[in-house]
Design a protein around this ligand. Structure first.
Ligand code: AMP
Ligand code: MG
Length: 413
């Protein structure tokens, strides 16, 4: 009998078997969700030129310093600078230029007086510039001018290798003019459901049948973790059918195969036999709940993780073991779910194994409060639909009173 591993031992063993592939380059439009393979530094100062942060009039501080509603200052308007224009003429003493947000500040100008503090209204498109402007309020020197390098300096560290690109990161790369992005390859992950009872969701159920939900949950989890799912559908509980599907995964040159169900000791559980025929499969007895043992092996040289068939068990097995493995494969240095301490809003019973319970964390209190969702039976997906977290009841604990503090993994992306 295999040794009983703790969740953290099993996790560590599995995760350490996964490493990112050789870096590649993708264009910026394909970079969202990919993981950087190099540190990114800024090659520029940003903003690249001093620009206005308001629509108004660029002036010299000395000319407007004294302006008040009772003693307004009148200045001739000598030019108009829309965004995208180049202001080559320095601002002469005693003059103003009309300027738009994002337009370059002319040499000599110190600040921008917003339109609201002048006698003018917001200009209509195409309206010619006024001959002069009356300024009723001064503003502090330098105000409404975004100086060069306010956000970034040349050489500044922007993002580290191993970081998964978010929308704002992609925007940052665009700002820097980086359109070829160094990233790790996206792991390709084959997904196979097994079971004679399974039919695709677009087909009516005959007595005894259920719709295959694991394929959909696992494909979405793979995507969320930064992988590309290669969905193989569901296989009947037959040696040759499962073998043909796994061969399809090998031919598709995937980095990892995920199966669900069919690895227990039932009469029709063939996944184990097929994998052992052309590779090897090891079972771990992990001290956790929900969870049959997790199967980890290799089929014709391709790594394979066998998840349980029950939807909630498959989900938890994925979160505990497969998500970190895929994120490592994807090059992501951060592969843990966000973990927070929560206070139980109700008593919770466990059986002494490390338990991952479906819960809803509410942030109205500090620390946040957590309750269990729905019926915690491992076949019940609705309890996960209602959940926004997995509550971790440590091993060795059989019951916890309301008010106890436990750790929770937040399931929000
Ligand atoms: P097994 O591991 O084959 O004994 O399956 C355990 C339980 O999970 C059974 O109730 C199956 O019907 C269910 N199950 C297996 N695969 C799926 C699937 N792809 N979608 C939904 N339920 C499944
Ligand atoms: Mg089965």
């Amino acid at each position: 009998v295999a040794a009983l591993l703790s969740v953290s031992e099993a996790r560590q063993q599995l995760i350490s078997a996964f490493h990112p592939g050789e870096p590649v380059t993708v264009t910026l439009d394909a970079a969202f969700g990919r993981v950087l393979s190099k540190d990114i530094h800024s090659a520029v100062d940003w903003p690249p030129f001093a620009s206005s942060s308001m629509d108004g009039f660029a002036v010299r501080w000395a000319d407007v310093e004294q302006a008040t509603p009772d003693t307004p200052v009148r200045l001739p308007v000598v030019a108009d600078i829309p965004a995208g224009a180049l202001s080559t003429i320095p601002l002469a003493q005693g003059t103003a230029v009309r300027i738009m947000t994002g337009a370059p500040i002319p040499a000599g100008a110190d600040l921008v007086i917003p339109i609201e503090d002048t006698n003018h209204d917001r200009p209509h498109p195409g309206e010619s510039i006024p001959s002069d402007v009356i300024i009723f309020h001064s503003s502090p020197n330098g105000v409404n001018v975004r100086p060069v390098g306010q956000d970034l300096h040349i050489g500044q560290s922007i993002l580290p290798a191993g970081h998964r690109l978010r929308p704002q990161d992609v925007g940052m790369l665009a700002t820097l003019g980086l359109h070829q992005v160094p990233v790790y390859p996206c792991p390709r992950v084959a997904i196979l459901s097994t079971g004679d009872e399974l039919v695709p969701p677009d087909q009516p159920l005959q007595p005894g049948q259920i719709h295959d939900s694991n394929s959909y949950v696992i494909a979405a989890l793979v995507r969320q973790a930064g992988g590309e799912p290669v969905v193989l559908g569901s296989a009947r509980d037959r040696f040759d059918v499962i073998q043909a599907k796994l061969d399809q995964a090998v031919a598709a040159k995937v980095d990892l195969i995920l199966t669900s169900a069919g690895v227990s000791v039932g009469t029709y559980d063939f996944v184990r036999e097929v994998v052992e025929t052309h590779g090897k499969i090891g079972f771990w007895r992990v001290n956790m709940r929900p969870g049959k043992p997790v199967a980890f092996g290799e089929y014709r040289g391709v790594r394979l993780v066998g998840l349980p068939g029950n939807p909630a068990s498959a989900f938890v097995g994925f979160e505990v073991f497969v998500r970190p493995a895929i994120q490592r494969l994807a090059g992501n240095t951060e592969y843990n779910r966000t973990q927070v301490t929560v206070k139980l809003g109700e008593p919770v019973d466990s059986d002494g194994r490390e338990s991952y319970m479906r819960g809803i964390v509410s942030y109205q209190s500090d620390p946040p409060t957590a309750r269990l969702t729905g019926h915690q039976g491992s076949g019940n997906l609705f309890s996960l639909v209602q959940a926004n977290a997995l509550l971790i009841i440590p091993s060795g604990v059989k019951s916890l009173p309301a008010g106890s503090e436990v750790e929770a993994w937040l399931l929000e992306v």
